[in-house]
Design a protein around this ligand. Structure first.
Ligand code: KG4
Ligand code: ZN
Length: 347
């Protein structure tokens, strides 16, 4: 062991409905981690309510940071930097994490590093893996985003395409509501889908047959499911009763339509760039059917596939290790750093 002090940073995540903090070493270890989920607060609304999310972050952010710091045994004065996800995300949620990060940066006189949350989801694929994931095609598939990127390095990347309406996770969650499943519905729907036939119903695969676009669209698919369940009239679809096997078939056929779109457009991006490595992150990347089918599609074509570890697919602060890359490149921010709710395509 060398006598060199271990370099650490504190990473903060509050972009949507998870309040998280982690203390991360430069050589990839997690010394402390805490995540406070808000699922129970949003369940009654079957979706994240931005105002409730922001208030909950406010209540939780300091205890979450304190817990991660205490677990790590690292003092604030010993940190190398404070990192925070500043974009994209819900404005009120982002501001809570950013304000906490700025306050600690000022109090402890530490550099502040803003990171891109979507990029961090892709970076999660490389955590715990010795070799670099770059260059790669990155797919982020979560509750708020479904985008493809050409990632030259951790700090140099280009947007190739993305959803023109709903994110895949949003579609999973809304279809789950139609099937009477709890929020967030993605994991519940995928469990139900295991019992159904993915070919029972032929749902649309929007934009899949258009090779000129590396984009996705899930809103029409969602509507097709709704019509399939309740017809096109104005009846109260929430009161309709499907048999268990009909529900499982809807779930499996819907899931398969989403998977086909995600795989089809990822392969298109790989073909168009000629690149041979695909890295996938975000909550929907925890879906077992998707992981399995994507692995087969990539193996068949000689593509190296990295999918984030399932526990790093949903929002967390450990993927804030991306900040070390910005730190090494001198891409440090000032207290002028602002939250950017919208998708920034190159930062
Ligand atoms: O990455 P994430 O935690 O939040 C965003 O940044 O949006 O992703 C949450 C999304 C939710 O829509 C959730 O239903 C979906 O990921 N999800 C899944 C699965 N696990 C989580 N969707 C499909 N299958 C799963 N197993
Ligand atoms: Zn996310």
């Amino acid at each position: 062991m060398s006598g060199e002090p271990v370099e650490t940073l504190l990473a903060i995540e509050s972009t949507c409905d998870e309040t998280a903090a982690a203390v991360l070493t430069r050589d990839g270890r997690v010394l402390g981690e805490c995540i406070a989920t808000q699922e129970a607060l949003h369940e009654a609304f079957a979706g994240v309510v931005p105002e409730i999310a922001a208030r909950a972050h406010l209540e939780r952010i300091l205890p979450v940071i304190e817990t991660a710091m205490r677990q790590s045994g690292v003092r604030g004065s010993e940190l190398s930097a404070i990192a925070v996800a500043t974009h994209p995300g819900l404005p009120g949620s982002l501001l809570v994490g950013l304000s906490a990060a700025k306050a600690l940066s000022l109090a402890w006189s530490k550099p502040l590093i803003g990171i891109n949350h979507v990029q961090a989801h892709i970076y999660a694929c490389g955590l715990g893996v010795p070799e670099s994931i770059f260059p790669c095609i990155g797919l982020v598939v979560s509750g708020g985003h479904t985008n493809l990127y050409r990632c030259v390095s951790a700090i140099d990347w280009e947007y190739l395409g993305g959803t023109i309406d709903d994110a895949a996770g949003e579609a999973f969650d809304k279809v789950a509501v139609m099937l009477g499943l709890p929020f967030p519905g993605g994991p519940h729907l995928s469990r139900l889908a295991q019992q159904g036939d993915p070919h029972a119903i032929s749902f649309p695969r929007p934009l899949l047959d258009d090779p000129s676009r590396m984009d996705f669209s899930f809103s029409g698919l969602k509507t097709a499911v709704r019509y399939r369940i309740a017809g096109t009239g104005k009846g109260d679809w929430s009161k309709l009763t499907l048999t268990d096997s009909e529900k499982a078939n809807v779930a499996a056929s819907f899931e398969q339509a989403v998977i086909d779109c995600l795989i089809g457009k990822s392969l298109l991006a790989l073909k168009r760039t000629g690149w041979k490595r695909l890295c996938v992150g975000g909550g929907v990347a925890a879906n077992q059917n998707f992981r399995r089918q994507l692995q087969t599609a990539c193996s068949d074509r000689g593509i190296t596939l990295r999918i984030a570890d399932p526990k790093l697919c949903t929002d967390n602060a450990v993927m804030g290790a991306l900040a070390w890359e910005r730190y090494a490149a001198g891409a440090v921010d000032t207290l002028e750093l602002d939250a950017q709710p919208g998708l920034l395509r190159h930062r």
